[in-house]
Every structure is written in structure tokens, then in C-alpha cells.
Design a protein. Structure first.
Length: 320
């Protein structure tokens, strides 16, 4: 008992004298452990956000994007025929506004920026989930009553010093002015609507009107993305086969299951990467502890020699 009390008292005094080194060692361990746990939680949260609603993430049971040229009126008419035949339950289309192949120039007074414009079908968009504005807190489709109505992402609203009810000039091939009716969070609802410089959403008819040369006529371009919804419980394979037969091979077809599988693969890779980062942090913490111990022992060489000379054994000196 006296030996234990002596060891405790001696260690406590050394901790007081070398407290910085001890705290640094504890800090190294805490940082390493926190890095491993925190990065694993981050990976799990990202996985949960995608896996919770793969149909929302994909925009529908099936999403279709053109590989070469966008959808023409004849393509969408053929998809509408599939709906009438009961092959699919519903569909929606979107179209991005373009100027010289890039984004659209927007002007408000002396402020100018380049941003993305996405036209949506307010009758059917979105097929899954809700697309709500943050200001005012209502559905976006209820705000877009006219072709020139628009909602903007919050970054555009702040950067361009806009106001609700105010106007914003867009330099399409034919210039137009849209009225700002609401604000949405950046990123849109799903399907990667991360536009350069921010995004404006307006009725797809407004985008058609701003680009009459490209969208008019039977061969006009009216959409660059198509989202399809199936009846609950319906198998995907027959609908996919019908779409491929109708539209042809020059389109990229993605199912909600494809999105879920890709998300699982990406999550696994992310978890491995974050685990490696956490272990690296833990290794660095271990190196810091080892360095602290070497410095501590180096500075106490004479002290250890005195203790040994007084008759203490190695196993008694080591805990000190």
C-alpha cells in the first residue's frame, strides 16, 4: 500500500510538472478517435440521405437523358402514347435554357451573372417528393402561374440583390424578363440540378418562348430530360423495354435501382476513404504520443538513475 501511494503521488507531481506533454498526448488520442468516428458518421449520413428515397434522387422510376440530340416533339408524343396505353403511369420533362452552349446571362441593374435556367412542367413536376420554396413556404408549382414567373436559388437571390415580385432580365437567344416569385435552396429537388452560378426555375413554356427557333415546329427541341413514373408494384423491365423500343438507343436510361446501387458503391468507397483518413489521424496521434514519451524519458534520465540507485526495480520505475 505505501508503494502504491508513493507511485501515485510521484506520478501526480510529474503530471503537474509536465502537464503540457501529458495534455498533448491525450489530445492526440482524442483527435484520432474523433476523426475515425466522425468520418464514419458522415459516410453513413450521406448514404442514408440517398438510400432513403432513390426514386426522388432519380426523379422517377426511370430517367432518360439524350446522348446526342435532345428530345423532339415526336419523341415526347411517343412517350405520351405509352401513357395512354397504360405502359407507364405518368411522365414529366424539363429543359435547360442555353446561350451559346453555356448558361444564361442574367442582369439586374448593374449586376450581371451567368446562371442556369431550368424549365419544368408545372402540371407534373416532380413525380416523387415535394418541391417547395423556402420563401414563401409553399409548393414551387403554385408560384409559377405564368410562363415568365420564376423561382431562384438563394445564392442568386442574395448575389443579384433581388426582391420578391421584382424582375430579372435573361439573355436567351430572345431576351426576356422573369418575375421572381420565390426562393429555393441550391441544388434543386433531385437529379443534380447544380447549375453554374445558381439556378432559375420557370415553367417550361417560358423556356420554349425564349428560344423559338430551337423549340418551334415538329422537329423542335422541347426537353433534355425525361422522368417516368410507373404504377405502384409494376415491374420496371417491361416499361424500360417499351421506352427503349420507342425512343431508340441514343438515350441513357437510369432506374431508381441503378441509383441505389451506385449510391451504395459510392458510399462504400467513401467509408473506406474516410476510415483511412481517420486511421491516418490516429497514426499521427500515436507518433505524437511516442515523441512525447521519448522527450519525457530523455529529460528524466538522471531522475530514473537516482530512483534505480535508491533500490527501485525496473517494474517499479516504469509506471512513474
Amino acid at each position: 500500500m505505501p508503494d502504491l501511494l508513493f507511485a501515485f503521488t510521484y506520478a501526480w507531481r510529474n503530471l503537474q510538472r509536465g502537464g503540457r506533454r501529458s495534455l498533448f498526448a491525450a489530445f492526440c488520442v482524442a483527435v484520432g478517435v474523433a476523426a475515425v468516428v466522425g468520418m464514419q458518421l458522415l459516410a453513413l449520413n450521406i448514404s442514408a440521405s440517398v438510400n432513403r428515397a432513390p426514386k426522388e434522387a432519380n426523379g422517377g422510376d426511370i430517367s432518360v437523358e439524350p446522348i446526342t440530340s435532345p428530345f423532339q416533339r415526336a419523341d415526347i408524343a411517343a412517350v405520351a402514347a405509352l401513357k395512354r396505353r397504360g405502359v407507364i403511369e405518368n411522365y414529366t420533362i424539363t429543359l435547360s435554357g442555353r446561350h451559346n452552349g453555356l448558361g444564361v446571362k442574367a442582369t439586374n441593374g448593374s449586376r450581371t451573372t451567368l446562371l442556369s435556367v431550368r424549365g419544368i412542367d408545372i402540371q407534373t413536376y416532380p413525380l416523387y417528393g415535394e418541391f417547395d420554396a423556402s420563401t414563401p413556404k409553399v409548393s414551387v408549382t403554385t408560384l409559377l402561374k405564368h410562363p415568365t414567373d420564376a423561382v431562384v436559388t438563394s445564392d442568386v437571390f442574395d448575389r443579384m440583390h433581388l426582391r420578391l415580385g421584382g424582375s430579372l432580365a435573361l439573355a436567351f437567344p430572345r431576351a426576356e424578363s422573369v418575375t421572381i416569385r420565390g426562393i429555393v435552396t441550391p441544388g434543386g429537388l433531385f437529379q443534380g440540378d447544380f447549375g453554374i452560378g445558381g439556378t432559375i426555375y420557370q415553367p417550361i413554356q417560358g423556356v420554349w418562348a425564349a428560344e423559338p427557333a430551337a423549340t418551334a415546329g415538329p422537329q423542335g427541341t422541347i426537353a433534355d430530360k425525361l422522368y417516368v413514373r410507373l404504377r405502384d408494384g409494376s415491374p420496371v423491365a417491361p416499361a424500360m423495354q417499351a421506352l427503349k423500343h420507342t425512343l431508340g438507343p441514343l438515350f441513357r436510361y437510369t432506374t431508381a435501382d441503378d441509383v441505389a446501387k451506385q449510391a451504395a458503391t459510392n458510399t462504400e468507397r467513401l467509408q473506406q476513404l474516410l476510415l483511412a483518413c481517420g486511421l491516418l489521424a490516429l497514426l499521427i496521434g500515436g507518433i505524437g504520443i511516442a515523441n512525447t514519451m521519448l522527450v519525457s524519458v530523455g529529460r528524466r534520465t538522471k531522475e530514473i538513475a537516482v530512483l534505480k540507485a535508491l533500490g527501485m526495480k525496473s517494474y517499479q520505475v516504469l509506471p512513474l
